[in-house]
Design a protein around this ligand. Structure first.
Ligand code: UFG
Length: 337
């Protein structure tokens, strides 16, 4: 059985990926420092799959702890989620973001190099494309100047990996996520935003639940059909499955180059207003919302061309936006009780 290290495995995307890995028969070990996750997630994963993954509560910024971990564990592949992810916070505290997101990555790659560990999956973002000139966005779209330190850590992260792959004969795949939403069908794992949610779907579900008074729609004067911004919202379980497909590609040595990157989205864009309406229909909830000013740093529209991921990873999304919104709402209601 292949042993896979999942860093940040108790987080939103990480926990869903751990479940899919276990479902596929992988032995999973998690490193998570609980900086943006809860220890209970470990038991919740076990409730879904029947197997509790090993957890090492390690901070990947601490080189010695990383070295100790790899000295004591034989690893066949790594899916690296552990990172800070709040765009606004990254503007306030850029050095925290560079230290954590880049420092941790370097520590892991050093161990992979020194111990000849191969098969690395990197958690990247469509943010690397900025406002792309053409939609849908293909992997050939140019990388644009990052709008935030967070976005920059994803760009720099990819460059660090490319250089390492070249120099040290490592094989890696970067998955550029569009907007992950939803929760597991069992409602045992989902998104746990700390404080006031910055992202659209948790803000919507918290508003519907009465935790927030009103959703602000940030801008209705974009150059889009209804004036609100367009994104590609992908069910987190579909996104998790893309990681398994990418990992298998590396393990089976089907990758075409040392470093590959794929867009992971649905291929369909939805406007904020469309999401609000779809949420209301899918959950039979009326949502209190108003139109507000644009949010600084937001782009008008981004959605993926998924042709490459579909053909090369032999992966495609299976869930609808309605299913994703329903699962997010089911999850929200469970948090209240
Ligand atoms: N939005 C609102 N009201 C809210 C929250 C969001 O109208 O209360 C709008 C935003 O303006 C945007 C859309 O909903 O048009 C989606 O916003 P999110 O914050 O959910 O997602 P983003 O596309 O801004 O951010 C996501 C990831 C980031 C990543 C970024 C760019 O959450 O990690 O994509 O790739 F950096």
């Amino acid at each position: 059985m292949k042993k896979i290290l999942v860093t940040g495995g108790l987080g939103f995307i990480g926990s869903h990926t751990v479940v899919e890995l276990q479902n596929e028969g992988f032995d999973v070990v998690i490193i998570d420092n609980l900086s943006n996750s809860k220890i209970e997630v470990l038991d919740n994963i076990k409730e879904i799959t029947g197997t509790k993954p090993d957890l090492f509560q390690i901070d990947l910024r601490v080189k010695k702890d990383v070295v100790d971990f790899f000295s004591n564990n034989t690893i066949d592949g790594i899916i690296h989620f552990a990172a800070f992810k709040a765009v606004g916070e990254s503007v306030q505290n850029p050095l925290d973001y560079y230290e954590n997101n880049i420092g941790s990555l370097v520590h892991i790659l050093q161990e992979m190099r020194d111990r000849n560990i191969d098969n690395f999956i990197f958690s990247s973002s469509c943010t690397v494309y900025g406002q792309a000139d053409e939609l849908p966005i293909t992997e050939n779209a140019p990388i644009k100047h990052a709008l935030s330190p967070y976005g920059n850590t994803k760009q720099i992260g990819e460059e660090v990996i490319i250089d390492t792959c070249k120099a040290n004969n490592l094989n890696a795949i970067s998955l550029r996520y569009f907007n992950p939403i939803g929760a597991h069908d069992t409602t045992k794992i989902g998104e746990l935003p700390i404080g006031i949610p910055q992202n659209l779907i948790p803000y919507i579900t918290q508003t519907a639940a009465g935790i927030r008074e009103q959703l602000s729609i940030f801008g209705n004067d974009y150059n889009t059909p209804d004036g609100t911004a367009i994104r590609d919202y992908i069910h987190v379980v579909d996104l998790a499955k893309a990681h398994i497909a990418a990992l298998k590609r590396l393990i089976q040595k089907e990758n075409k180059t040392n470093f590959e990157f794929f867009n992971v989205g649905t291929g369909k864009g939805s406007s904020v207003l469309e999401i609000v309406k779809a949420f209301e229909v899918a959950t039979n909830q009326k949502l209190n919302y108003k139109i507000a000013d644009r949010r600084e740093g937001d782009i008008a529209a981004a959605y993926a061309d998924t042709t490459l991921a579909n053909s090369e990873l032999k992966w495609k999304t299976e869930k609808t936006i309605e299913q994703a919104l329903q699962s997010a709402w089911k999850w929200q209601k469970k948090q209240k009780s």
